[in-house]
Design a protein around this ligand. Structure first.
Ligand SMILES: NC(=O)c1ccc[n+]([C@@H]2O[C@H](COP(=O)([O-])OP(=O)(O)OC[C@H]3O[C@@H](n4cnc5c(N)ncnc54)[C@H](OP(=O)(O)O)[C@@H]3O)[C@@H](O)[C@H]2O)c1
Length: 254
């Protein structure tokens, strides 16, 4: 039986690479993102059955609609990947950045709950299913100049952990993936050297292996998992000293 998969943020970068990899396995894929043209272009080149849903994950009604349409045609999916996300540099002292804070939290955290919500009861009834959330190494410690993004991903990582424990008794798996630097339109705007930068295709392959193994937590690339473990245990004063020298994400319209 073909795997059935929902992927948000499928119109570019990591989401698109995941869709292409799963397509090679003959999966049936529900592709979600706001830009319909990009989704249509992807659908044309995928060698598998796919459905496109031009939806905004900040809107619960749109996410429910996409879920119901997919399930009406193909039944409950096996895997739901909440990958949609946005990023921008932010500073709390800038009035206009407060709106950006709201958008980033609404997309990167609340959008994931909207993506998963329509499937939870369905997975519970069936007694199986897997949720995957794409968080970030940027959520391990607070990054200066990226308060909104860093806190959205820290919150997302903890949310996914809560969900994993809540759903374990129902035989529903939750996999958290925290990428380091992956080449995509999101990182193409960075004007600093990105250590261990990995292609989206390679990243998608590693992610899919971890999803297949139902891993609870993965950092890609592997070099970043060492960095991530060190970041996690660094004393506050060492982190503060290192982080003040860290390159800062530019302000990007979101
Ligand atoms: N690239 C990295 O180095 C890196 C590192 C750590 C974590 N991540 C995370 O990986 C995920 C994918 O990022 P990426 O690098 O592939 O960036 P990307 O190329 O900019 O892709 C982001 C995707 O999210 C979609 N999206 C954004 N807002 C949305 C919304 N409100 N509703 C529906 N879809 C929305 C975009 O599609 P539309 O614009 O068409 O809606 C796009 O398909 C993000 O969650 C990001 O935070 C990336």
């Amino acid at each position: 039986m073909a795997l059935k998969i929902i992927i948000t943020g499928a119109s570019s970068g990591i989401g698109q690479a995941l869709a292409k990899e799963y397509a090679k396995q003959g999966a049936v894929i529900g592709l979600l993102a706001r830009r319909k043209e990009e989704l249509l272009a992807l659908q044309k080149i995928l060698p598998c059955k796919s459905l496109i849903f031009p939806v905004d994950v900040t809107d619960l009604a749109q996410c429910r609609w996409a879920a119901e349409e997919f399930m009406a045609l193909h039944g409950a999916p096996d895997i739901v990947i909440a990958n949609a996300g946005i990023s921008s540099g932010t500073l709390t002292e800038n009035f206009s950045d407060l709106e950006t804070f709201k958008k980033i939290i609404a997309t990167n955290l609340i959008g994931v709950t909207h993506t998963f919500y329509p499937f939870i009861q369905v997975f519970k009834n069936r007694g199986s299913g897997q949720f995957v959330g794409i968080s970030s190494v940027a959520g391990i410690r607070g990054l200066p100049g990226a308060g909104a993004y860093s806190s959205s991903k820290a919150a997302l990582t903890n949310y996914l952990e809560s969900l994993r424990v809540e759903l374990a008794a129902h035989n529903i798996d939750v996999t958290t993936i925290a990428p380091g630097y992956i080449k995509s339109p999101m990182t193409d705007t960075n004007d600093f050297t990105m250590p261990f930068l990995m292609s989206a295709d390679r990243a998608a392959q590693s992610m899919i292996k971890a999803i297949q193994k139902k891993k609870k937590f993965l950092i890609v690339p592997w070099q970043m998992s060492i960095v991530g473990k060190i970041m996690h245990v660094l004393p506050t004063f060492v982190w503060d000293w290192l982080a003040k020298k860290a390159p800062r994400k530019k302000k990007i319209p979101v």
